[in-house]
Write a protein of this length. Structure first.
Length: 242
């Protein structure tokens, strides 16, 4: 049996470390933010390396969907897809998502915004991915008749073995210790944007310990955070716990 796992995260989370964990499984292949080129072309946002991303990757979401729902590499039984939820723009049809198994990766909005605001000027609520995560979560739950797995980054960092074990179990997969450590360095599977965003993660060999993020939000970002909290709380209550 093959598994196509779509992990929907917001920015400035542990999503790349999570991708490393899954890629280190011997039965798994991964893809890094396959809708990013589409998102950048559609929005025109001046992200670092945007022109290279658009030139290198597929910008037609329909073709991306065909790839994500199509055959997986020989010898693999898990196709792990690292997604940013805000890349799922409103004009992307949703029917193809039924072919995937979905999971959701959260981060406390205050911590996310403290980090995100350093690389994205004046982020709004939709830039956090939380509205899109909640929309998709509720859709999956209604269509499948069960609650898809939700992880909070802090929980994972504080107890990666237990949380990853529960995530694997949710998909009928066995956990392996290979998910807890990986070789440092870049990967061929990393997006072409890695040089702009992955400077820290390429040095890691496992999940780092959780630590609080220092700093204060501006009044404008406090307002964004206040909008984010009900969305985050609605997902947080369904999270897997140790």
């Amino acid at each position: 049996m093959t598994h196509r796992i779509a992990m929907w995260s917001g920015p400035r989370n542990i999503s790349t470390a999570m991708m490393r964990a899954w890629e280190n499984r011997p039965d798994t292949v991964v893809v890094d933010e396959p809708l990013y080129a589409f998102y950048l072309k559609a929005t025109g946002l001046p992200h670092p390396g945007a022109a290279d991303v658009i030139a290198h990757d597929e910008t037609d979401w329909r073709r991306v969907a065909e790839r994500l729902t199509g055959p997986i590499d020989a010898g693999a039984r898990v196709f792990y897809q690292k997604h940013m939820a805000h890349h799922l723009l409103d004009d992307v049809e949703r029917d193809w998502l039924d072919a995937l198994d979905h999971a959701f990766l959260l981060r406390d909005p205050r911590e996310m915004l403290l980090s995100l605001s350093k690389v994205t000027p004046n982020p709004g609520v939709r830039d956090t991915g939380l509205p899109q995560q909640l929309e998709l979560f509720e859709s999956v739950r209604a269509r499948r008749g069960h609650t898809p797995p939700v992880l909070d980054a802090r929980d994972v960092l504080e107890n990666p073995r237990v949380l990853l074990g529960k995530l694997c179990a949710a998909f009928g997969l066995e956990f392996t210790d290979a998910m807890l450590s990986w070789p440092a360095g870049s990967r061929a599977s990393d997006g072409v944007w890695a040089e702009h965003w992955y400077a820290s993660v390429v040095q890691t060999t496992g999940f780092e310990s959780w630590r609080p993020r220092d700093g204060a939000l501006t009044p404008a970002l406090e307002a964004v955070c206040a909008e984010c909290m009900p969305l985050y709380d609605a997902l947080f209550e369904h999270r897997l716990t140790a």
